[in-house]
Ligand binder design. Structure first.
Ligand SMILES: *[C@@H]1O[C@H](CO)[C@@H](O)[C@H](O)[C@H]1NC(C)=O
Ligand SMILES: *[C@@H]1O[C@H](CO)[C@@H](O)[C@H](O)[C@H]1NC(C)=O
Ligand SMILES: *[C@@H]1O[C@H](CO)[C@@H](O)[C@H](O)[C@H]1NC(C)=O
Ligand SMILES: *[C@@H]1O[C@H](CO)[C@@H](O)[C@H](O)[C@H]1NC(C)=O
Length: 309
């Protein structure tokens, strides 16, 4: 056989095997609409991976409502406002995203009852925490906490501390008792749940000075602090090796609702266990990632800004 013909035969076999491998892996296709390949703009905020649209979840390998992004970074575009669901009823509005760093603010009327400047109050019924398993965290370097002691009654069993003064707004607590708002390190140590109907802790910006002894603070100025932004952190050290390798090969990490890494979602519309390069090398059509395409190199924990309204 002339060498050229052998060459052609080899080429044919190669082409057939490529076609076969594509056929075999067709069940590894995923719905690429779940990944934000182009930033999605909501309320002027550009949302992109590792954030994802909470309504763009899809089935991945039998796991319903899986997503293309990191746990806890699902965003709802709610009436033109990008919101982040935290634990409890509090929804945070994202005001900007700087790279993978969100600047977020809690929707004003949802936390400040009445939405006015006088007598601002949190209407969340409990402590504001990040959703369980979220990769976001409140960094000690940027976040402080305000504690609201609401509708407290004192007696001989629980005398009123002399060194703190109540919120001056009448009927703040919705009951006959007094209410207080204090930085968490100024709260006298005791079990306030014995005296108060509600004890609520809210994250706030650490870099805003607070003079809780000033009557203006107790009057309504604490409301300004609630409306200020504060910085969140994104804890990259929870990222599993499979997700790191996936991103280094230009893929995006697919996660289940149970917050387990499912697979690497590659730009060719297929899932490749954890590395887009390996799976695609066979077809020869894969652009090997150049250095600038490695959009998510391993980086230390980053900071993010969260505006709390
Ligand atoms: C975005 O982050 C970079 C690096 O942390 C910072 O220098 C820059 O000021 C930030 N931009 C905005 C608009 O916050
Ligand atoms: C504080 O008091 C509440 C209500 O009486 C009780 O449920 C809770 O266990 C107490 N917490 C501590 C740390 O003693
Ligand atoms: C809420 O925060 C307060 C103040 O730090 C704390 O005493 C209380 O245990 C927290 N409640 C819950 C349910 O975590
Ligand atoms: C980041 O995640 C690691 C691993 O789960 C954990 O040990 C660490 O406490 C987290 N860091 C912060 C600041 O939450």
């Amino acid at each position: 056989m002339p060498p050229l013909l052998i060459c052609h035969r080899l080429l044919l076999i190669l082409l057939l095997s490529v076609a076969a491998s594509h056929g075999d892996s067709s069940n590894d296709a995923y719905d690429s609409s779940m990944c934000l390949d182009q930033p999605y703009t909501c309320g002027g905020v550009k949302i992109s991976y590792p954030f994802y649209l909470a309504e763009e979840t899809k089935e991945l390998k039998g796991y319903d409502n899986s997503y293309c992004g990191y746990p806890g970074l699902g965003i709802v575009c709610d009436g033109g406002k990008p919101t982040l669901q935290l634990d409890g009823p509090a929804k945070y509005t994202i005001t900007s995203i700087n790279g993978t760093i969100p600047t977020v603010s809690l929707t004003d009327p949802k936390v400040l009852g009445g939405g006015t400047d006088t007598c601002p109050r949190p209407i969340v019924g409990g402590n504001v925490t990040l959703s369980q398993g979220s990769w976001l965290f409140f960094p000690d370097s940027t976040v402080d906490y305000l504690v609201f002691l609401i509708d407290c009654s004192f007696g001989s069993g629980f005398p009123r501390p002399s060194n703190i003064d109540p919120i001056s707004c009448q009927g703040f607590g919705g009951g006959p008792g007094l209410s207080f708002v204090l930085p968490d390190d100024e709260v006298p140590a005791r079990n306030w749940s014995h005296a108060c109907r509600q004890v609520i802790q809210l994250p706030v910006n650490k870099n805003i000075p607070v003079d809780h002894t000033d009557y203006r603070w107790r009057n309504s100025e604490y409301g300004k602090l609630l409306r200020e932004g504060f910085q969140l952190g994104l804890n990259d050290s929870v990222k599993p090796q499979a997700c790191i390798r996936c991103e280094q090969s230009n893929g995006k990490c697919g996660y289940s609702q149970g917050m387990d890494f499912i697979d690497c979602l590659c730009p060719d519309g297929r899932m490749h266990s954890d590395n887009c390069v390996k799976g695609a090398a066979l077809s020869g059509s894969w652009p090997f990632p150049s250095h600038e395409h490695m959009s998510n190199p391993v980086v230390p924990p980053r900071a993010a800004t969260l505006h709390l309204f």
